[in-house]
Design a protein around this ligand. Structure first.
Ligand code: T4K
Length: 374
């Protein structure tokens, strides 16, 4: 049992031993290279690409700037078809680019954008599909690509949750035109803040690298209205060290997830997401879905009950993006068009999950839910 005053949050970042990081800091102090494609940045970019099994990766200051820049890199305009069931940054990246989001519902099993809903939403203004591998569940990438090819659309994946996830033995980051990652403190792999864009060709990576550095191609040439979205040397150095440990973090997360699964599968009225064998997961989140009519207690009541035990679960993703003021006025944001997303966002609760979460806390959480079971 956690001590009476110990707060258990939905996540807790994993960090390497501090003494292992100090030599990296000494090097930064010696070299005085703090940012702008310094030595650690170059090394991290190469090693991370190898680790993830991708060829054209550009590091970023955070995932949101990566997404904003990805849309710029592909010169996306007009309308983009996307999901309401994500962190609000997904839609904000469109907004910051002056793009109109067109929301379509998610499919019920994995909660990623429903391919069957995409085609009817295409108009002459549609230029791209922006899917989210929510909780690390890959979108239906083959079906989405087929639609995109038929209608001449770009495909961008918000893979903020999908670090290291593979589908049929290959990184999910190899699908679509571009994917973005987040290395925020709350993610499986963290560099404090951080992110990346993964492209499928060298030319596009080059454009992305210019755009994240104000558009500079060289000292005197600016190729377009770039931004400052560069990862710094501190983040890159930490990333290098984190690569040594991330596989172990994922394995620990897996063990915790398996135990949660065992507990919650047996509780009537609570659903956990399926994990098909063709996907190698990163166990980024452990969402459960509470059907109040069967379970007898509402999701919000359980959220409060857990808090009384100092357990701070989170309702990712509630409210839906389409309920927030910048987006709720769109026709596509109306709840009647998004029945699956509306339902799951009322039912979802993400339980604490991080590599060193104590097994007794997992049992305690399970016991709290069993006590309220029908
Ligand atoms: N696309 C998707 C699909 C995303 O989920 C996100 C980010 C993005 C794009 C954008 O990527 P970034 O620009 O962030 O790289 C968090 C994160 O801030 C956000 O990165 C993440 N998604 C989102 C799902 O969750 P909050 O507001 O829930 O975070 P916060 O500060 O409440 O943290 C949750 C808990 O984690 C805290 O209660 C305690 C613990 N925590 C948090 C931090 C920051 C720590 O123990 N240490 C920490 O340093 O948004």
């Amino acid at each position: 049992m956690p001590s009476k005053d110990e707060k258990i949050f939905v996540t807790r970042p994993n960090l390497p031993p501090l003494e292992e990081f100090l030599p990296y800091l000494e090097k930064v102090w010696e070299s005085r290279f703090l940012t702008n494609n310094g030595p650690f940045h170059r090394q991290f970019e190469a090693e991370l690409s190898r680790f993830l099994g991708v060829d054209y990766l550009s590091l970023f200051a955070n995932g949101t700037l990566a997404l904003v820049t990805a849309l710029q890199a592909l010169r996306i305009t007009g309308e983009v078809i996307t999901t309401p069931y994500s962190f609000v940054a997904t839609a904000h990246a469109l907004y910051w680019n002056g793009i109109r989001p067109v929301f379509v519902d998610v499919e019920p099993d994995y909660l990623t954008i429903d391919p069957a809903k995409i085609e009817p939403a295409i108009t002459p203004h549609t230029t791209a599909i922006l899917g989210v591998h929510v909780y690390g569940n890959p979108c239906k990438m083959e079906q989405i690509q087929e639609i995109a090819d038929t209608f001449g659309l770009h495909v961008i994946y918000d893979a903020a949750h999908a670090f290291g996830v593979t589908y049929k033995g290959q990184s999910v980051l190899r699908y679509g035109d571009l994917s973005i990652l987040s290395f925020h403190a709350t993610k499986v792999f963290t560099t404090f803040e951080g992110g990346a864009i993964i492209a499928q060709n060298e030319k596009l990576k080059e454009r992305i690298d210019y755009l994240k550095n104000f558009g500079f191609a060289n000292e005197v040439t600016v190729i377009g209205p770039g931004i400052n979205a560069k990862m710094n040397e501190f983040q890159a150095a930490l990333g290098l060290l984190q690569l040594k440990y991330v596989q172990q973090y994922i394995e620990q997360r897996k063990q915790i997830s398996l135990r949660y699964q065992e507990i919650f599968e047996k509780i009537p009225g609570i659903r956990v997401l399926p994990h098909p064998g063709e996907i190698e997961y990163n166990f980024a989140y452990f969402p459960i879905f509470i059907d109040e009519k069967v379970y007898g207690t509402s999701r919000d009541a359980m959220y409060e009950i857990l808090k009384q035990h100092n357990i701070y679960a989170r309702r990712y993703f509630y409210p839906l993006i389409t309920h927030f003021p910048p987006y709720r006025g769109y026709e596509s944001a109306r709840p009647e068009h998004l029945p699956v997303a509306e339902k799951v966002s009322r039912e979802v609760l993400c339980l604490p999950l991080y590599a060193d979460l104590k097994p007794e806390v997992v049992e305690q959480i399970g016991d709290i839910f069993k006590q309220h079971a029908p």
